[in-house]
Design a protein around this ligand. Structure first.
Ligand code: SAH
Ligand code: MG
Length: 214
């Protein structure tokens, strides 16, 4: 496949400015993957599981806009286990003080507004398995970056990967072949995808990009 066109400098700046957990090289890898997905499966949407404050959503939403499709950005916005107080990835200012729970939805909306991508990114606010139970639409691209524990990661893979269209793209974040570098579940679902007829297309840092071949 020929290389995708570059992301505009304004959108790249918006992605870099956004809060979240997406290194710039890996975000650019998402953009490339999504631009290719828009060509391989024209007209079908993209979906990400785990948007947080919308950082990865800027790269994927920009590619959706350029491809004439949309990104469904799925998150309950209450944070993963690893985002809760006392864990490594907790950011205290994202707690709603009136209810004592995390709420990343306001920051997510602001990120997409600032990027000028509100027309191309549709927030789906809910629990991934609940939404997945009713989802039927084939996807040009699926990005898995939700709960990183064993149960949520395997469940997201089992429930959502079947929705990737033939020739479509599966992206998985935080894949660490070496256990010293990070948790196992994203790596485990990457191995399952290879068993299930997805082929490796690209690796950028901990991002894996695969193509559905069957
Ligand atoms: N992609 C983001 C980081 C995602 S962090 C970035 O670029 O910064 C993981 C996110 O997954 C959190 O926002 C959390 O709320 C969400 N999440 C975890 N489990 C979920 C579930 N069961 N349903 C919906 N969202 C979930
Ligand atoms: Mg991640």
């Amino acid at each position: 496949m020929s290389p995708a066109p570059a992301l505009s400098s304004a959108l790249l700046a918006a992605a870099i400015a956004a809060r979240g957990f997406m290194p710039t090289d890996e975000g650019n890898g998402l953009w490339d993957a999504a631009m290719e997905a828009g060509v391989a499966v024209p007209g079908s949407p993209f979906l990400e599981i785990g948007s947080y404050c919308g950082k990865s959503s800027v790269w994927l939403g920009a590619a959706a806009q350029a491809s004439g499709t949309v990104l469904f950005a799925l998150d309950h916005h209450r944070g993963s286990e690893e985002n809760q107080a006392g864990w490594d990835h907790h950011e205290a200012d994202l707690v709603d003080p009136e209810i004592g729970r995390m709420d990343t939805l306001p920051r997510f909306r602001r990120t997409l507004f600032d990027a000028g991508l509100e027309a191309s990114v549709v927030a789906v606010v809910g629990d991934s398995p609940t939404v997945g139970r009713f989802w039927t639409m084939p996807l040009a691209l699926l990005f898995i970056d939700g709960g990183h524990g064993s149960e949520p990661a395997h469940r997201d893979y089992e429930q959502w990967a079947p929705h990737v269209a033939a020739g479509g793209t599966l992206c998985i974040h935080d894949v660490f072949p070496n256990p010293a570098d990070g948790g196992r579940p994203p790596y485990e679902i990457y191995l399952r995808a290879l068993e299930d007829g997805f082929a490796d297309r690209r690796a950028v840092g901990s991002l894996r990009v695969l193509t559905r071949t069957t």
